[in-house]
Ligand binder design. Structure first.
Ligand code: 5GP
Length: 174
């Protein structure tokens, strides 16, 4: 049996006029700072904040929560997350990002002592292209050990002219 719509109007899509991160849409002025749809589902991190799913919570205050990453790159790998859900650090408020950095500075030394690490890397992916998989702002704290081989960026060389050009282009937008 085939379905036929018999109403007088087509049902409106809840996606109308709403842009989505990472998808090229005329409604996305900046695809990284997108408007939430009415169908927005809480992120996995909001579910942790609401205690709907378990996590190894290390620290919590009014604005921020920090918990162990479930698939750690190294022992003590921690995520520091603003409780107010936004998709990335451009969308989160300045106040929330200050609170996140304050929590990073509080929690990181404890992690280092606990796991005997000599240092740590903080990283935060913005956009799927950068590897972001959870679209709720977060900063990773990844404890580092000598010769651990993690996160080895590959530097390139760029001519002085090319550096000047990209610098001028960026400043144009500031
Ligand atoms: P991203 O890929 O967005 O930079 O980082 C997301 C991180 O969240 C990943 O490192 C992933 O292991 C972690 N993660 C995803 N789901 C869960 C979860 O349910 N619990 C915890 N504790 N971490 C999670």
């Amino acid at each position: 049996m085939s379905f036929r719509f018999t109403g007088t109007r087509r049902p409106r899509s809840p996606y109308r006029r709403v842009g989505f991160a990472g998808i090229d849409s005329p409604f996305n002025e900046n695809p990284l700072v997108f408007q939430r749809s009415q169908l927005h589902m809480p992120s996995i991190f909001s579910k942790i904040i609401a205690r709907e799913i378990p996590a190894r919570i290390l620290y919590e205050d009014d604005q921020v929560i920090a918990f162990l990453d479930i698939n750690p790159i190294a022992p003590g790998h921690t995520l520091v997350v603003p409780k107010h859900e936004e998709p990335n650090l451009l969308a989160s408020s300045e106040e929330d990002m200050i609170a996140v950095i304050r929590a990073v500075r509080l929690v990181a030394p404890a992690i280092l002592k606990a796991v005997g690490a000599e240092g740590f890397t903080t990283t935060s992916a913005t956009g799927a292209v950068s590897g972001q998989s959870v679209f709720h702002t977060h900063i990773h704290i990844i404890p580092r050990f000598p010769n651990d081989g993690h996160l080895s960026w590959q530097p390139t060389t760029m001519s002085a002219e090319a550096l000047d050009e990209v610098s001028a282009k960026i400043k144009n937008y500031l």
